[in-house]
Design a protein around this ligand. Structure first.
Ligand code: ATP
Ligand code: MG
Length: 249
């Protein structure tokens, strides 16, 4: 990473937020992130600001349910786009190991060069097998027009559960129609993605991913997984996040 740490004084009140921006800009320069990804991050930042830039108790409940769901699944897949690759490749690889999940590159603005850059970044952080790159992304999600419809027949296409951090609404809805269980991480509790997913973690991926690894580690091998997922109510959880944003909780 080529981040100029000295440009951000550590006592700056927005230091953490500015540092995350620098990670994205660095990801952009390295060909992982597209300009549109930088803008999408801005929308996320605004919600993060309103949520207090922390993992709320509400988010923590969704994280626990998500970890349990991943552990219960027989073919879980983690879908990685440019922003996710720039922000949390190391925790994606860790989570894949802890939860026994596959990793698939899936990007909206698909070019072979960017796919390869994201794959290389994942491998640099220890990923052994990266799905969805080049001609391997040969299956199609029905009805979807964007290049994100191209999926790996061994990955998302055959998955029972898909973790899609920072997903677009169209694709989330399409995955649900394909009977996948969808877990997402999205700072906006109002987005179509948030509302369509089975489990929505309203938190920044930078915080949610390590917390998810931690939760999966703790829950692995325990008996209560099904009870945790059965008791989880996503629409109630989203309502709680909205209340926090409105200052009512
Ligand atoms: P949808 O398509 O689901 O209705 P949208 O079109 O409003 O949502 P997109 O541009 O598809 O949004 O995706 C960007 C979304 O990703 C933002 O709304 C934001 O909430 C979320 N996001 C951006 N950066 C982060 C981040 N670092 N952590 C978590 N969520 C983020
Ligand atoms: Mg969208």
């Amino acid at each position: 990473m080529h981040i100029n740490h000295f440009a951000i004084p550590s006592d700056h009140p927005r230091a953490r937020s500015l540092y995350i921006r620098e990670m994205l800009v660095d990801g952009f320069r390295r060909g992982l992130v597209v300009p549109e990804g930088l803008i999408a991050h801005g929308r996320g930042e605004a919600y993060d600001y309103l949520l207090g830039e922390r993992t709320t108790e509400t988010a923590q409940r969704a994280i626990k349910a998500a970890a349990a769901m991943l552990l219960l699944s027989s073919r879980p897949v983690i879908s990685v786009n440019g922003n996710t690759a720039a922000l949390c490749t190391n925790t994606v690889v860790e989570l894949a190991k802890v939860a026994g999940a596959s990793i698939e590159v899936n990007i909206f603005y698909r070019t072979e060069k960017r796919e390869m850059a994201i794959k290389a970044e994942l491998e640099l952080h220890g990923a052994k097998r990266v799905l969805g790159v080049g001609s391997k992304a040969s299956a199609r999600i029905p009805e979807l027009q964007s290049e994100r419809r191209r999926v790996d027949p061994d990955g998302i296409y055959a998955a029972d559960t898909v973790l899609v951090p920072l997903e677009d609404g169209d694709r989330t809805e399409a995955l649900i129609r394909m009977n996948k269980t969808v877990i997402t991480i999205d700072l906006n509790p109002l987005s179509r993605t948030s509302r369509a997913a089975n489990i929505t973690i309203v938190d920044n991926v930078v915080r949610a991913m390590p917390a998810l690894v931690e939760a999966a580690r703790k829950l692995r091998g325990t008996m209560s997984l099904k009870k945790i997922t059965d008791n989880y109510d996503n629409s109630k959880n989203l309502q709680e996040s909205l209340k926090i944003i409105k200052g009512e909780a």
